[in-house]
Design a protein around this ligand. Structure first.
Ligand code: SAM
Length: 310
């Protein structure tokens, strides 16, 4: 239960948890999560809990089913630097007096984890805080598990060095920088994983060091995989061409038959940034050329990306 309290506190943006006596099992498991998934959460020992409560520079909130209604409370109070007290089975009477507020999340018995989550959600005004990055991250996804290991995402510097090492032409280099700039603008509006987006934008045309044909996406994906970098990054590179390419279109264009449509948010944003990096005029021109070449479905997908991301 204590581990779950810590993990919940961390995930909902608390800075510290205080125990009268630290427990190495809890500490190991919570510190491990923080190292891997980020945040700045610390477990602290405070033998004298009364001292902590009495000298707290902020509001002390005790969560208990015998307290006042949380909704009523938040309609008139905006707590400052809160310290939250959670009990286990039996909480000494003096806690009720020491706390500035005794709050009930419904006047029914349930759990300290649930009560804490609801309170922190109210304190966060209903939005889940973003924690600083760790070694890895779980990316939001409608389809299922997307876990990214940042050690396999190249830094800006590594991307740049690869572009230079492979002899990227000057024009492509300039275009790449414009796509990066555009990707960052799109990130400001639509979010996504900034490290994945930056590396994706920088490497999207790495395949042009092999060919300028439609297969440059596929070739770029191969280069990224050969470097041992994340498959999420390889997919951004592989699926950025036009508005993406369907399996049928791939076959008719002599590409290995598979689906090259951008699927994740990051794949779509880099694809769209590539189409729009030159401003509106260039986008219209690109659509015109795509239509003229007979790729109507591809032009339509580019329009849809424009409708969605602007
Ligand atoms: N008698 C306890 C009480 O005062 O809420 C119930 C013990 S409960 C097993 C353990 C902890 O869960 C409590 O100390 C309290 O922090 C939290 N808790 C349980 N139900 C709650 C509720 N309805 N509102 C706020 N906190 C609750």
């Amino acid at each position: 239960m204590s581990t779950h309290v810590c993990l919940t506190a961390r995930a909902f943006g608390a800075n510290n948890v205080y125990f009268p006596k630290t427990n190495s099992t809890i500490e190991k498991s919570v510190t491990g999560v923080t190292e891997r998934f980020g945040g700045d959460f610390k477990i602290k020992e405070e033998k004298d809990w009364r001292y902590l409560v009495r000298n707290w520079d902020g509001d002390v909130i005790h969560l208990t089913m015998y307290g006042e209604d949380i909704d009523k409370f938040f309609s008139s109070v905006n707590p400052r630097n809160p310290l939250v007290i959670l009990g286990s089975q039996k909480v000494p009477r003096e806690v009720y007096d020491l706390a500035d507020y005794n709050l009930a999340v419904g006047s029914q018995p349930h759990s300290e984890v649930a009560a804490l989550a609801v309170l922190l959600d109210r304190l966060n005004k209903g939005s889940i805080p973003k924690l600083s990055k760790g070694k890895m991250a779980v990316l939001p996804s409608k389809e299922g598990k997307r876990v990214i290991n940042y050690r396999s995402i190249p830094t800006t510097d590594e991307c740049y060095r690869l572009l230079v090492k492979r002899g990227t032409e000057e024009g492509i280099m300039e275009h790449t920088m414009a796509v990066l700039q555009r990707t960052l603008e799109l990130y400001d509006i639509h979010g996504g994983d900034i490290r994945l987006l930056t590396a994706g934008a920088l490497l999207h045309d790495i395949g042009r060091t092999v060919t300028h044909g439609v297969e440059h996406g596929l070739e770029g994906g191969k280069i990224v995989r050969e470097m041992g970098w994340d498959k999420e990054l390889a997919n951004i590179v592989e699926r950025h061409v036009g508005g993406g390419i369907t399996r049928e279109e791939a076959e008719s264009q002599g590409l290995p038959p598979k689906d090259y449509l951008p699927k994740t948010l990051e794949e779509k944003l880099v694809c769209h940034a590539d189409n729009t990096a030159g401003g509106n005029e260039r986008f219209e021109e690109l659509l015109f050329r795509t239509e003229k070449a007979g790729f109507h479905a591809s032009a339509q997908r580019m329009r849809l990306l424009m409708e969605k991301f602007g």
